[in-house]
Design a protein around this ligand. Structure first.
Ligand SMILES: [Zn+2]
Ligand SMILES: [Zn+2]
Length: 83
């Protein structure tokens, strides 16, 4: 049975384990942006390209608020993940 056919290569985990992974990262980082310490509008950023060595592992993920996240992406194009 082909229950999921995802064309986008950036989806490697199913939605539930992805949410669970995000929650683990947020908990590890204390629900704070790791740049400015904000506890609002948090997102999870991938430190490395997922297509290369960076994968969906906790060590490759960091909690950032939307502002710091945008700043990181403007500076370095190391993350191709749309959050
Ligand atoms: Zn921040
Ligand atoms: Zn990012």
């Amino acid at each position: 049975m082909n229950k999921i056919r995802v064309k986008s290569p950036r989806l490697r985990l199913d939605a539930n384990s992805y949410l669970e992974l995000h929650r683990q990262v947020l908990e590890r980082d204390g629900w704070r942006c790791q740049v400015c310490g904000s506890m609002q509008r948090l997102q999870v950023h991938h430190l490395k390209f997922r297509s290369r060595s960076g994968g969906d592992e906790e060590q490759n993920l960091i909690t950032l608020c939307t502002e710091c996240h945008e700043r990181v992406h403007r500076k370095a194009s190391g993350c191709n993940v749309q959050l």
